[in-house]
Design a protein around this ligand. Sequence first.
Ligand code: AMP
Ligand code: ZN
Length: 312
Amino acid sequence: MTSHATTEPVDGTLPANPVEEAHADVPLARLISSGWLLPTGVAGLLGFTAKFESAVSALQETLTRTHPTGTPGPSFLAPVMPRTHIERAEYAEAFPHLLAAVHALPPGTAQSTMPGEDARMPTEAVLTPAACYSLYPSMADRTLEASQYFDVAGSCYRHEETSEVGRFRSFRMREFVAVGTEDTALSWRADWMERCRRLFTDIGLDVQVQAASDPFFGPGARFMRSSQLQQSLKYEFVAPVCDGDDGTAIASVNLHKDHLGLRFAIGAPGGGPAHSSCAAFGLERIVLALIHQHGDSLADWPAQLGRVRHAA
Ligand code: AMP
Ligand code: ZN
């Protein structure tokens, strides 16, 4: 952004400005003044400095190396997706407050007039709430010949109304996803649990692993929430992302059973509905946890995040 380009000092830190001063939140103000985040003045909406982005790139490369069979890197998915797809996944039933939709002027609205904001109508697009939701529609209404594995990343949006550090509205997610037989989904989940533990140890993050509930099952979610905990379908890797934080989920490993296979009519190889599982990494939250753990100087960060040292 030009306005930052003209005022940003060489080391990437931003000078104090009125927007920054308006942030009562001390950890957030510290991250802004130490050159990591760019404020917008709206809670949960932030930009990222070049220094922050060099950490994201190093993390992305580390995640690519973590993949068992190698991957050229993630496919980058669109930040918006068809409303019909997210409805078929039943996301809106489970998280009505988090889903946001694109509104725009209807086609043919006169371009010479300036219509009021209320003239904007819902379009066929919603903002993608999690990267893996864009994958299942591509396999819908057919039987898979073999289990499928994906490495994807994308910008996600959840309508969080808080300025809590790490709870963004717009953030990026990297996901490793398996869709196929029940065995495939189970072993993918088990292997990624182990890989996550090793990865976070390697990059010097002390994480707690917690069973979590997350009603991705749609209607009946209240019942499923306790059942999900009992069945241990979701595990979160939790670490502090700023001073005073008891712990925030920086990644999750999820077993969806056949929920998405049934919703999207995806057949498993060999018969029955497809099962799926995913390992999801919140890129901004992991970088915040790294900053909290290793400090503001990239040169002090672990060698496993190799590229970051050159960027320092
Ligand atoms: P979930 O699908 O809720 O398990 O999210 C996967 C990962 O995305 C989480 O473990 C976080 O690291 C990240 N994430 C989820 N919500 C947010 C948010 N509001 N802001 C930043 N990162 C998030
Ligand atoms: Zn997922």
